[in-house]
Design a protein around this ligand. Sequence first.
Ligand SMILES: *Cc1c(COP(=O)(O)O)cnc(C)c1O
Length: 421
Amino acid sequence: MKLKNFFDISERIKIASDAALEKAKSKFNEIDDITEYNQQKVLSAFIENRVSEADFAGSTGYGYGDSGREKLDRIYADIFGAEDAIVRHTFTCGTHTLAVALFGVLRPGDTMLCVTGTPYDTIHSVIGISGEGMGSLKEFGVDYAQVDLGSDDRPDIAAIEKALEMNPKMVYIQRSRGYSLRPTLSVAEIGEIAKLVHSKSDAVVMVDNCYGELVEKIEPTEVGADLMAGSLIKNAGGSIARTGGYIAGRKDLVELCAYRATTPGLGKEVGCTLGENRNMFMGIFHAPHVVGEALKAAVFAAALFENLGFRVTPTSDESRHDIIQALCLENAERLVEFCRGIQSGAPVDSYVTPEPWDMPGYDSKVIMAAGAFILGSSIELSADAPLREPFAVWMQGGINFHSAKTAIMLAAEGLAKKGLI
Ligand SMILES: *Cc1c(COP(=O)(O)O)cnc(C)c1O
């Protein structure tokens, strides 16, 4: 019987994809090795904490004595090599989770020192770099200072050491590149900064770990970070958690964050889980594998577009510290076509044609592709591109390599059909 071609992909793109896959082979082996290590780490945390069906039942009202909630906190702490953690579906997104951690630890008169250049856009109004009258840290008397990245786009260690003289309460590190072209920090680099900070000051080292979880065998809290936070609709939720976030780290700091997440006095003792426990347990259980699939999608896209002659970052053979892949496609036309191709290969909303739009906070139009089971989930395959220099698209996620690969091939096919590659 003749097998079906489900998608109209030309010989040229099929051959290019086979070559990209061949190029990616050794990287895929490395990813598999990390996935297996992290899967064993997660499995053993489940076993150690005696997870049982009863933990999925959930609670209502105050949520006192919710065994599932308590075990999930323990499991996150164990996986991240941290003393404690707070994992809740009531954290509405990554920004909210990070804000709870910042407000939990910082007090009037304190200084927050960010040592990785300008932080992620949505954190600006939390700090008070932008916006007014919303109750930012600045409005509560918390000062902000920043050490820019060096000329090589790496943390400027000498400048950080100098800035510690201002005696900050917190040193803040953003691990992921976010939507910039600077390299993502490795856990080892974060460890070096933490070591320096701890040797020279009493500052709390806090890491924005968004997009970084389970990409390496170790996490920032295992190399000296005192606190870290992230979103459950990125890596840690494994594409199954329907919303939420986590904070992990030193016990006293997690407790302060819990007092902010609920109220002083109540902390972690309250917070019903409704029906979300099962999804959150399944999410972290699947997360090592799903992160591995997303990494393979990123490496495949890097290899394919390298072969097509474009600059990509990271390159297909670079070691990875988050799941983000930037492709420099050089002009707006290609960015639009790429995002349309990705959208056309999504399991949800594939029939939608993305259009560039004036997104608030951007000085140029932005085009986005997302067709996900969970609204805004970026562990599922998605792509965003501001239509301005350096004309790059940021692609991340892919909960299933074969499906993500198909979408990437469709994007390349769309470019080829329009004569853009
Ligand atoms: C996604 C992200 C955030 C914010 O998370 P949201 O869920 O979008 O609010 C913060 N920092 C980094 C580096 C991120 O990638």
